[in-house]
Design a protein around this ligand. Structure first.
Ligand SMILES: *Cc1c(COP(=O)(O)O)cnc(C)c1O
Length: 350
C-alpha cells in the first residue's frame, strides 16, 4: 500500500542554511564574538562538573536563575527551551486548538508560519505597509495567538513598548512577543509580564550572548502561563552541558554587557558607513532598520549585489528587493563595505 504523508507536512522542506565555505558570513545574525580565554576556562569547568550519566535538571533551575539575575527578573517566571525556536513550537502547539487563528505580520521571522501550520492553526499573515508593524490591524480579529518580533527580524525596526502594552490589554489573544534582538535596542516588556494575563516574552542566548551553538531560549511570562509551559514541554528539553555553560556565562553580568556593547558599537559604525555609501547611489540603496545585530535595506539590485558579494566570499541574506546584513567584526564589515562600494562603482571604502 502506498503511504501518503499528511497534508500539513507534505510540502515542507528541511531547513537548509546557505552551504559552502565562505570567509565572511553575515547571513545568520550570529555574533562575531568568540568567548575570551577566561570564558573558555569557565566553559571547561562547566563541562568537567557535568554528570554525564544523569538526566539534566528538568526545570533548568540554575540556568533560569542566572538568566533572571542578568535581566533583573523573578526566576519563577522563566522557562528554558532548546532555543527559542523550541519554545515557539511548544507555545503554538500547546496553547491552541485545531483551526484557531494565529496572526503574524509579514515580513517577520519565517518559523512562525511553519509552527502555526504544524499546530493545525488557521494562520493569518497581515502584510505590513512600508515594513511597519501596525498592531491595530489585528484588533477586532478573534485570534488565539498574535505573534511578532520586536525588534523585527528581518526589518530591524521596532515599535514602542506602549503600543504593545495597549494591544496586549485590548486583545483576548495570547500575545507572543519575540525579543530575540531586544538587547540591541530599548523598550523591553520583560519586566512587566506579571501585569498581563496574556503576554509571553521570548529571549535567546543565540544573538546577544553569541551562543547560537548551545541552543538556549527563554520564555518569560506570568506564573499561570509559566506553570502551563513547564507542564507541556518535554522534561529534559535543555541538555546538561548547555545548562551548565549557559549558567556560567549569564552569571558574568559585566562580560555579557561588554559583549553586547561591542556589537552595538560595531552596528552603529556599520550603519554610518552603509548610509554614506547609500547616499552616493540615490534610489538604489536605502537603509530601513538597524535596531538589532543586523541592518536591513531596500536595494533595487538586490540579486546582483548578493551575487557579487558571494563571489567575494561574503554571504548576506536577501529577500525580494531587500538585503539583511549581520554585523560582523571590524575586518568583516570592512570587507563588506569595500565590496559594496566596488559594486556601485565608487572609490574603495577606506
Ligand atoms: C534567531 C531568532 C530566533 C531563534 O533563536 P534560537 O534561540 O536560536 O532558536 C527567534 N526569533 C527570532 C526573531 C530570531 O531572529
Amino acid at each position: 500500500m502506498p503511504f501518503f504523508l499528511n497534508a500539513k507536512v507534505r510540502d515542507l522542506e528541511p531547513y537548509e542554511p546557505i552551504a559552502g565555505d565562505y570567509p565572511v558570513r553575515l547571513d545568520a545574525n550570529e555574533s562575531f564574538l568568540q568567548p575570551d580565554s577566561i570564558a573558555f576556562e569557565e566553559i571547561i569547568r562547566a563541562v568537567e562538573s557535568t554528570a554525564f550519566n544523569r538526566y539534566p535538571d528538568p526545570a533548568a533551575g540554575a540556568l533560569c536563575a542566572a538568566f533572571a539575575g542578568y535581566y533583573g527578573i523573578d526566576p519563577a517566571l522563566v522557562t528554558a527551551g532548546n532555543g527559542s525556536d523550541e519554545l515557539l513550537s511548544i507555545i503554538l502547539t500547546a496553547f491552541t486548538q485545531q483551526d484557531d487563528k494565529v496572526i503574524t505580520f509579514t515580513p517577520d521571522f519565517s518559523m512562525y508560519a511553519i509552527y502555526a501550520g504544524l499546530a493545525g492553526c488557521d494562520h493569518m499573515p497581515f502584510e505590513k505597509k512600508d515594513y511597519r508593524l501596525d498592531l491595530t490591524a489585528a484588533q477586532g480579529v478573534r485570534a488565539r495567538v498574535v505573534l511578532f518580533s520586536n525588534p523585527c527580524n528581518p526589518t530591524g525596526l521596532t515599535i514602542p513598548a506602549d503600543e504593545i502594552r495597549r494591544f496586549v490589554c485590548s486583545t483576548p489573544a495570547l500575545v507572543v512577543l519575540d525579543e530575540a534582538y531586544m538587547d540591541f535596542s530599548d523598550g523591553t516588556l520583560i519586566h512587566e509580564v506579571n501585569d498581563f494575563e496574556n503576554l509571553i516574552v521570548l529571549r535567546t542566548a543565540s544573538k546577544a550572548l553569541g551562543m547560537a551553538s548551545l541552543r538556549l531560549g527563554f520564555a518569560v511570562t506570568n506564573e499561570r502561563l509559566t506553570r502551563a509551559l513547564r507542564a507541556v514541554k518535554s522534561p529534559y528539553n535543555v541538555n546538561a552541558l548547555s545548562q551548565a555553560i549557559g549558567t556560567a556565562l549569564y552569571n558574568n553580568h559585566d562580560r555579557v554587557r561588554h559583549g553586547i556593547g561591542l556589537i552595538r558599537a560595531r552596528r552603529d559604525k556599520l550603519r554610518e558607513m552603509f548610509t554614506l555609501i547609500s547616499r552616493q547611489v540615490p534610489g538604489k540603496l536605502e537603509l530601513i532598520g538597524s535596531e538589532a545585530n543586523f541592518i536591513f535595506a531596500k536595494c533595487s539590485e538586490a540579486d546582483a549585489v548578493t551575487a557579487y558579494l558571494k563571489a567575494q566570499g561574503i554571504i548576506i541574506r536577501q529577500f525580494d528587493g531587500t538585503l539583511r546584513i549581520t554585523v560582523g567584526s571590524a575586518e568583516e564589515n570592512h570587507a563588506l563595505l569595500t565590496a559594496l562600494q566596488e559594486f556601485f562603482g565608487g572609490e574603495a571604502y577606506a
